[in-house]
Design a protein around this ligand. Structure first.
Ligand code: FES
Ligand SMILES: [Fe+2]
Length: 399
């Protein structure tokens, strides 16, 4: 339930956490974590196949597909997927692959098209994927257009966020997200749209970057002047959620957003007084704030290469000029914070790859790193993982 942490309120939970002076009695000791998980090519292949190949992945937001015919390309991990709003207003995802000889139908990152016409030999597809036109069709011996629609990818929506899944056997998005969705039910996501998208390629494993956003331990040193003044990091409560998701709640120092707007009128108390941050399995993270938030996704691009995509979201101000200025400033602030973090990752990655650090050490405040890594192993099937790379499952051990 949002607003609750078991039997106590979130406000009581953060206060208890602030007063804690010893390791939590209800949390197992966290074992060292094998650093080879962050560069081993075989492990990377397993992650790609069993985690990224079978899990619901964020691909687009409805605000990026405002009209019938609007489309956006999702291109990560070698995939090229067209997410589009059809003439019938239905949102679908298609592989960006022409059924003739495989050319990409769409090359612009986003746009609007009544039909997808292949740039190679001009086969034309309707917005529902149906193959409509084939130039000089009489030259094909037995081409049945009905048998060559665009290849669909599973695509489902949750409160404006569009997810895709390459696994036809995967559970519905709503089931996968349920533990996560329950926690943010009172946050007005529907009032918010995509304002800016920032993407940064980094020389590290996707988890090296992701882990950084799953703990508050570094905030006092890395963000001493930017975030630390606004967050009471000692009050950081970590709540593991089913399916590898999680929730972090932290008291706002002074009870205000660091962005100083009036945007929280009508907001429920927990979102006013606390920072509620939500890691989403396998590769999502955001810290919800009515003044604007960074919906982050961490994409593998190889064992030691990754792309962080920051989708900046929030309300649109009525005055166009003021809106632009606000979001430009918001983006600059986000970039400055991210720059503080990102400078560190290459050194972590180097330590792992050079085998200088073979195990990572985790505190209780870093327990979500253990949690999602255990879920990676559950998704892969622990037996398929080399024993020295396997997690010691202390948090999911009985499942
Ligand atoms: S590859 Fe698309 S029409 Fe030939
Ligand atoms: Fe950080």
């Amino acid at each position: 339930m949002a607003g609750q942490d078991g039997d106590i309120t979130l406000f009581e939970a953060v206060e208890l956490e602030r007063q804690r002076t010893s390791y939590p009695s209800d949390l197992p000791a966290l074992p060292d974590l094998p650093s080879a998980r962050y560069f081993d090519p075989d492990f990377h292949k397993l992650e790609m196949e069993h985690v990224f190949g079978k899990t619901w992945l964020y691909a687009a937001h409805v605000s990026e597909l405002p009209d019938k015919g609007s489309y956006k390309l999702f291109e990560q991990m070698g995939l090229s997927v067209i997410v589009s709003r059809g003439e019938d207003d239905t949102i679908r995802a298609f592989r960006n692959v022409c059924r003739h000889r495989g050319a990409a139908l769409v090359t612009e990152p986003s746009g609007k098209a009544r039909r997808f016409v292949c740039p190679y030999h001009a086969w034309g597809y309707a917005s529902d994927g149906e193959l409509k036109s084939v130039p000089e069709a009489h030259n094909f011996a037995c081409l049945d257009k009905a048998e060559k629609p665009l290849l669909q990818v599973r695509c489902e929506e949750w409160r404006g966020f569009i997810f895709i899944n390459q696994d036809d056997a995967a559970e519905p998005l709503a089931d996968f997200l349920k533990p996560y969705a329950e926690q943010v039910a009172t946050f007005p996501l529907e009032e918010m749209s995509v304002k800016r998208v920032l993407a940064t390629e980094l020389d590290c494993n996707w988890k090296t970057a992701y882990d950084n956003f799953l703990e508050i331990y570094h905030v006092g040193t890395v963000h001493a002047a930017t975030i630390a003044p606004f967050l009471d990091s000692k009050s950081f409560v970590v709540r593991p959620l089913a399916n590898g998701h999680g929730r972090f709640t932290t008291s706002k120092r002074g009870g205000t957003s660091m962005f100083k707007t009036e945007g929280d009128a009508g907001l429920s108390e927990e979102f006013k007084r606390l920072t509620v941050a939500m890691p989403r399995f396998p590769n999502g993270f955001t810290a919800l704030d009515p003044a604007g938030f960074n919906w982050m996704n961490f994409w593998p691009a190889g064992p030691d290469r990754m792309i962080v995509v920051s989708t900046l979201m929030g309300r649109t101000l009525e005055d166009e000029e003021a809106d632009r200025a606000y979001w430009d400033q918001f983006a600059e602030f986000q970039k400055a914070i991210l720059a503080e973090d990102m400078g560190l990752f290459a050194s972590l990655q180097r330590s792992y790859e050079q085998r200088e650090l073979t195990e990572l050490v985790l505190s209780c405040q870093e327990q979500h790193i253990q949690w999602y890594n255990e879920h990676i192993d559950l998704a892969i099937g622990p037996d398929a993982i080399a024993p020295e790379l396997r997690m010691t499952r202390v948090l999911t051990g009985n499942r």
